[in-house]
Design a protein around this ligand. Structure first.
Ligand code: MG
Length: 272
């Protein structure tokens, strides 16, 4: 299933996307918070036959939800991306986080923040949505609710100003997520990740190129630390970021960034 959160006539609702339609399942679930549904940790009981249905073009898709905790991000998880970036930390598992306040939805604007950065960059990534809380997780598949697209927007100069990446990764609007969350039964790995800027191909990679695959990431992250339902884990970006171009090319006002992943649709955002 493809789960989304959308707005229609000023009301926020949970939807199931099927082709060009979206089914409103908020009433059946007694909430308009997709995070709340995921946090229940049981299979939602819904009947699309009795759900109100709208053309997807008639609603505005929002971020599926804003997590309660920081988005957990994996860095340097694709070999070719490691090579195009500075080598510091290469070989080690890089883990950092992004503030929940940076989360925005598909089609939302990404702020250029010209007073803070001259080096705005994109990173198209596959994100894992944790569906069942756990510590020392062994059977990883049991703990995954689904997958979505995440653009790990980064101010490269601010990222380097500090020992930790947090600030350069966390300005408002720096974490577009969506357009929907797809359950694992609808996907067949490996998935292809592609990023375009103004229609020009920039990134192309597949999930089997990850240095540390999803199973290993979740086992490592959950060792001694509880992962909770609704936690979001961004799994790293393939090569082709603007910072790695020679000379580097950073995002400018008016640029459109589109990240597409097999089966997950396209996450499109414009820089303002
Ligand atoms: Mg990243």
């Amino acid at each position: 299933m493809k789960w989304c959160t959308y707005e229609r006539d000023g009301e926020t609702a949970i939807g199931i996307v099927d082709g060009m339609n979206v089914y409103d399942v908020s009433n059946q679930l007694h909430t308009n918070s997709l995070l709340e549904v995921i946090a229940r940790e049981f299979e939602p009981d819904i009947d699309l036959d009795v759900a109100p249905v709208y053309p997807i073009d008639a609603v505005t898709l929002l971020a599926p939800y804003r997590p309660l905790k920081n988005v957990i991000c994996i860095g340097k998880n694709y070999e070719e991306h490691v090579k195009e970036m500075d080598t510091a930390g290469a070989g080690k598992l890089v883990i950092f986080t992004k503030a929940p306040t940076s989360v925005v939805g598909p089609e939302a604007v990404v702020e250029r923040h010209p007073e803070l950065t001259d080096q705005l960059d994109y990173e198209g990534e596959l994100a894992v949505i944790i569906g069942k809380s756990g510590r020392d997780i062994e059977h990883v598949a049991d703990h995954i609710f689904g997958y979505t697209i995440l653009n790990d927007i980064t101010a490269r100069d601010v990222q380097k100003q500090h020992v930790q990446f947090f600030r350069g990764k966390s300005f408002d609007t720096f974490c577009p997520i969506g357009p929907y969350i797809v359950t694992p039964d609808e996907l067949s790995f490996p998935l292809t990740i592609e990023t375009k800027v103004n229609g020009q191909n920039r990134q192309s990679g597949t999930t089997d190129e990850m240095i540390r695959p999803i199973e290993e990431l979740i086992r490592t992250l959950s060792t001694g630390m509880t992962l909770e339902a609704g936690d979001i884990i961004a799994t790293g970006t393939p090569a082709g970021v603007g910072h790695g171009m020679k000379p580097p090319v950073y995002l400018q006002t008016g640029d459109t960034v589109e990240v597409s992943i097999t089966g997950l649709g396209t996450l499109r955002n414009v820089i303002v």
